[in-house]
Design a binder for this molecule. Structure first.
Ligand SMILES: [Zn+2]
Length: 133
């Protein structure tokens, strides 16, 4: 299943149908607000747009390639799979966890995922539920 998800997202990226914007605004990405502080935000369905936020540009300025790659990998999963599968909610579990898939892609390519990706995957609901049993 992870392989299929990654293939679909790779196909989407290769299609040239995703439009990127340099700033997060509701005008550019209708499902996002005007808060430019996240790494990125995207709108799915027919929009297929990714708005890159200030932390992405901070990464670029600092040469943090892995973090930039994580951001660019993360958003197309939202676009392809939409709200139900990949929305970030506390009760989504790892099944819908984009951060866990992104971490897997880094590891499969013998690279180290950014700490924020690894931490968010670790903190997903399934792990938390196990800790409280
Ligand atoms: Zn996300």
């Amino acid at each position: 299943m992870v392989r299929v998800r990654c293939e679909r997202v790779a196909d989407l990226l290769a299609s040239g149908r995703v439009k990127f914007f340099c700033r997060i605004t509701a005008a550019n990405c209708p499902d996002c607000g005007d808060d430019n502080s996240p790494f990125a935000c995207s709108s799915f369905g027919n929009h297929r747009v990714i708005c890159l936020g200030q932390p992405f540009w901070d990464d670029m300025r600092a040469g943090r390639l892995a973090s930039m790659l994580a951001t660019l990998m993360h958003e197309p999963f939202h676009i392809y799979f939409g709200r139900e599968v990949t929305e970030h909610r506390d009760n989504a579990g790892k099944f819908g966890g984009i951060n866990c898939i992104v971490q897997f892609v880094f590891e499969a390519n013998r690279r180290t995922a950014p700490a924020r990706v690894t931490q968010r995957c670790t903190d997903m609901a399934v792990r938390k539920e196990l800790e409280f049993e």
